[in-house]
Design a protein around this ligand. Structure first.
Ligand SMILES: [Zn+2]
Length: 660
């Protein structure tokens, strides 16, 4: 039994601490099974530190008060590099003439926990509590597999009584998984990994904690100098040698400049750490210096927490505004009391749709927690219910369009309410904006405020009206000089011959974007032909599914759109595709994948070129791929090509093929 326990501990260590298992799950399970069987036969020989006993504590043992042997103080904060320099100045005053080395470690947003070992065996674990008295959570901590129940031989294992400290946390990935599970079960989710970890650690039933994957980094050995260590860095190494997990991003820094550089690096990398870190803990490395510096009643003088820019903040929802998009979708936006987050002032956050508002029960007047992490757009994490005003009422999504007063409806199975008024000016402004955008009709000078004025003045009621605008009329509009009116009219006129593909994209047909527009134009060549096609005929085109086909037919069946097509043609807008080049199509029947950055052709230009000469562009490499055109930084597709033996070309090779 001892031998089995030894083996299982070794594999636990490799798996949970080092992340390099040496046995399969099945082999591991077999060892566990054998141990369980033996322990069932000889119950007197079951020890508390046996791997089978990780999930064995009784709820009554939990949360008894525990007095810490050494008080767990909190850390003083620094928010700027100057604060850190001041910290060093204070150190210099307290220990005159000394030079300081430091250790910087990610400050994990988790739960501070103290573990006690007697002669190398885990006997007790407690929360930080008020720093002096914490709660006994031994049974729950025992379920965390990266916490060793028996230490590897060494100075820590042989200590009569050892107290070590660290941070219990939930890795981000596990947090996301847990919230998904909770959401599917219809139970409330956790706002962040820290709350989830706190909830797990304070579970009454250790079996529940065991199902919540927690981890722990160790960062402190109490009274380490008495154990013969000279520096904090040495204690980290001893912790590692004893079988604990320590943070691999901890750095020994020769001076304060190195500390500042480490802080900068960690802040830059904070999104890729895999766990939430909100700063860097900077400690004086020498334990002798630490001893001389001592503590105030609140903080040790030899350590400081450098805080990263905050990403979460609470603020109030002053109003919920609903706007209309180009497809008529009503989208709600929360107007916030402005709040600073990671260096940016946030005034609005999108609330996405009715379900999102309902799910989070977001109301006007609510205090909410908002987050802006990395490149993610700001969003409402949750409502702070404790601060909800008594008279608060659930938000009622409008059933009429806030712009035109038209009836809004929410089709079954869809997330959005839509304005049903096809003449809705707000929708039309959005669609006009899209019509003139760079990848559609590419009309310069047709900006938001111009559109606003053209529509509000009644000059432009549909796309075709644009082509009948007169300079005199436009220059009468607010803030329009003759010169700019002329520029606009010239730009509009110049957009007449953009061709069928761009026109199709510009029309804003539901589900028809750039790619589908290009497919339709290439296949059918003219707007009239497309308008006359049935769903089945359209769906035959590779890349156009039933749903898209349905949306296209619906568009052309609408009499208002038939009228619009007539007007556009009458206005001289080209409704056909440029005729295909005469002569051979060297790429006919070839399927080609483009990957990486090509020296001269943009991805789009490469696609146009391939399609113009009869080839088909695919997005993934298969056995049916004829060529893979490889540029810089190609990624996995080049590997796929190599593996499948598909011919690879560079840009010059593609051009040569076209010229052939
Ligand atoms: Zn409307």
């Amino acid at each position: 039994m001892m031998e089995l326990r030894e083996q299982i501990r070794h594999h636990d260590y490799l798996y949970y601490v080092e992340s390099r298992p040496e046995v399969s799950d099945a082999e591991y399970d077999a060892l566990m099974r054998e141990l369980r069987n033996l322990e069932a036969q000889f119950p007197d020989l079951v020890t508390e530190d046996s791997p089978t006993q990780r999930i064995a504590g009784t709820p009554t043992d939990l949360f008894k008060p525990v007095e810490h042997n050494v008080a767990m103080l909190s850390l003083d904060n620094a928010t700027t590099p100057d604060d850190l320099r001041e910290f060093e100045t204070r150190l210099g005053r307290a220990v005159p003439g000394a030079t300081f080395q430091y250790v910087g470690e990610p400050k994990i947003d988790g739960l501070g926990v103290a573990l006690v070992y007697e002669r190398g065996r885990f006997v007790r674990g407690a929360t930080r509590g008020d720093g002096r008295i914490g709660e006994d959570i031994t049974a729950n901590l025992r379920t965390i597999r990266s916490i060793p129940t028996v230490l590897k031989p060494g100075p820590l294992a042989s200590a009569e009584l050892l107290e070590v400290r660290g941070e219990v946390f939930m890795p981000r990935e596990e947090f996301a998984k847990l919230n998904r599970t909770l959401e599917e079960a219809g139970t409330p989710t956790f706002a962040n990994p820290r709350n989830a970890a706190a909830g797990a650690v304070r579970q009454k039933d250790p079996a529940v904690t065991a199902r919540r994957p927690l981890d722990m980094f160790l960062y402190h050995v109490s009274r380490a100098d008495a154990l013969g260590f000279a520096s904090h860095w040495d204690t980290l190494e001893a912790l590692r040698a004893a079988g604990f997990k320590t943070n691999p991003r901890a750095e020994r820094c020769a001076n304060l400049d190195a500390v500042l550089a480490a802080c900068e690096r960690l802040e830059r990398d904070r999104d890729s750490l895999g766990y939430d870190a909100d700063g860097v803990v900077v400690k004086v490395d020498s334990l002798e210096q630490q001893r001389r510096l001592g503590s105030t009643t609140h903080h040790p003088r030899w350590a400081i927490a450098f805080k990263f820019a905050a990403r979460q903040a609470t603020t109030m929802i002053e109003a919920i505004e609903v706007n209309v998009g180009k497809t008529g979708a009503l989208t709600p936006t929360a107007k916030l009391t402005p709040v600073e987050l990671a260096g940016v002032t946030i005034r609005n956050v999108s609330l996405h749709n009715e379900d999102e508002i309902r799910r989070k029960d977001i109301r006007v007047g609510d205090t909410v927690l908002v987050e802006r992490a990395g490149d993610v757009i700001p969003y409402v994490v949750q409502v702070v219910l404790a601060k909800r005003p008594a008279e608060s009422q659930a938000f009622r999504f409008p059933s009429t369009c806030p712009a035109c007063g038209g009836r809004a409806e929410r089709p079954e199975g869809e997330a959005y309410w839509r304005c049903t008024n096809s003449a809705c000016p707000a929708q039309f402004k959005e669609r006009l904006n899209h019509f003139g955008s760079r990848r559609a009709m590419d009309i310069e000078h047709l900006g938001d405020s111009t559109i606003e004025q053209l529509v509000d003045s009644g000059e432009v009621k549909d796309f075709a009206d644009l082509y009948h605008l007169a300079v005199e009329k436009v220059s009468e509009l607010d803030r329009f000089a003759d010169k700019s009116a002329e520029n606009l009219i010239r730009a509009i006129a110049g957009s007449r011959d953009r061709g069928l593909a761009r026109l199709l994209n510009a029309l804003g047909i539901r589900l028809v974007g750039e790619r589908v527009a290009q497919l339709l134009a290439t296949r059918f060549g003219s707007l009239d032909v497309i308008a006359g096609k049935s769903e089945a005929e359209l769906a035959e085109v590779h890349g156009i599914g039933d749903e898209i086909a349905r949306a296209i037919v619906a568009f052309f069946q609408d009499p208002a759109n038939t009228e619009l097509m007539k007007k556009l043609k009458a206005a001289g807008v080209v409704t056909t595709a440029p005729t295909a080049p005469v002569g051979p199509t060297p790429l006919a029947g070839k399927t080609i994948v483009v990957t990486g950055v090509l020296p001269t052709l943009s991805r789009e230009a490469a696609r146009e070129l391939i399609e113009r000469y009869g080839g088909r562009v695919a997005t993934s490499v298969s056995k049916k791929t004829d060529y893979v055109v490889v540029g810089d930084a190609p990624g996995g597709k080049a590997d796929d090509a190599r593996r499948l033996g598909v011919t690879m070309l560079d840009e010059a090779g593609l051009l040569a093929l076209v010229r052939s």
